[in-house]
Design a protein around this ligand. Sequence first.
Ligand code: NAD
Length: 466
Amino acid sequence: MEDVSSHCGPGFGMERQLFRERAAKIEAAVKAAREAFPGWSSRSPQERSRVLNQVADLLEQSLEEFAQAESKDQGKTLALARTMDIPRSVQNFRFFASSILHHTSECTQMDHLGCMHYTVRAPVGVAGLISPWNLPLYLLTWKIAPAMAAGNTVIAKPSELTSVTAWMLCKLLDKAGVPPGVVNIVFGTGPRVGEALVSHPEVPLISFTGSQPTAERITQLSAPHCKKLSLELGGKNPAIIFEDANLDECIPATVRSSFANQGEICLCTSRIFVQKSIYSEFLKRFVEATRKWKVGIPSDPLVSMGALINKAHLEKVRSYVKRALAEGAQIWCGEGVDKLSLPARNQAGYFMLPTVITDIKDESCCMTEEIFGPVTCVVPFDSEEEVIERANNVKYGLAATVWSSNVGRIHRVAKKLQSGLVWTNCWLIRELNLPFGGMKSSGIGREGAKDSYDFFTEIKTITVKH
Ligand code: NAD
């Protein structure tokens, strides 16, 4: 889909023409957003909150329609779209509709000089928001809601691979009474539309979720304009399983953390470190549990994993398994070991079985690069110090899980892990108030109630001599 418009306009023709029209339509989106900014930013937080709640209500009423569309477009199971993607998109609007009502500012006094200082925050202006294909509406609304709530107007670009629910959202925003120009959704590819947005001098802020190479390009394009940047990128997330872990809880949770959404979640586990004394038992039970994960048509309620996003991605994920084999690793289940059985009409889909790799070196690309698919590696470790060092020995630092019944150990390990998020004895329990984001190559900045508000506003310190 290639279309750049403030609210879903027409498509394009030839390449040269396309370039001119693209620039013209990004111009139109920026113009619309700039014109809407004074009105929207001067509304009270209560008024903006009411509009966001209205969007949430309408989205909730259309939950089934959106879930069906998201599942068909992305390949995720319908059950996941129904229980996670769309409910969380609703929650994003409700959450920021509420949190915008509760921010306060700072004030300090310098009585000996007869003055006081206080801070005020103001929306930045036109916010450029770019999101990926794995959680399409969930991540797009995680940016639109806080940006609007803080009083910005926005230009949002969903992934060209999964734009259907963003398209549907356009209609819903109109119905909810979002004034024209406040939210402009633009459609198209990254190099064409994304770059036009990032390079525009009148878009002072870019919030991006996606891959690390794209983040590098966005950083380069933003640098001449000194744009405010938030980058939420990939991960190579470790799970650390100590011998005193409760395996009855840990194993199903680790299967889910490895393979949920076909392993296409930035927070998915892809390196499982297991203490040597329980390694054999863990591996046997983990492989058994993985084999029970049914892969199939996303609308089938018995299916745990749907299809991967496209052919190119499926081939990329498979190529990692081939490389592991070539390095002498062992594949315990999944790709190349088990047979995928699907109804004839679905044979052509981009399906892959959840795959477990062992006997692999920490330096292997399967242990260092983000695969972003249903592939996980299981390796043994001896001591706490050793596993912390090995877990930290990658360029990423997004999320980690630690399994142990020793609270002291959990705390020690969690503190030493280079990771923006650490879940202990659980996975993916989110509290939207608290900071979300990664360290090292996993990103810059954090998102959450206060963090998103800080990012989508500019702070000013005012000094009054009295
Ligand atoms: P991607 O970087 O290819 O694309 C993300 C978005 O950026 C898309 O909308 C795309 O069109 C746009 N884009 C691509 N090139 C661009 C350019 N030159 N200029 C401007 N925009 C451009 O990423 P993807 O393949 O869609 O998503 C997968 C990646 O996203 C994985 O690395 C995953 O870990 C990461 N991710 C991170 C988080 C997080 O919160 N940290 C969440 C989800 C996904």
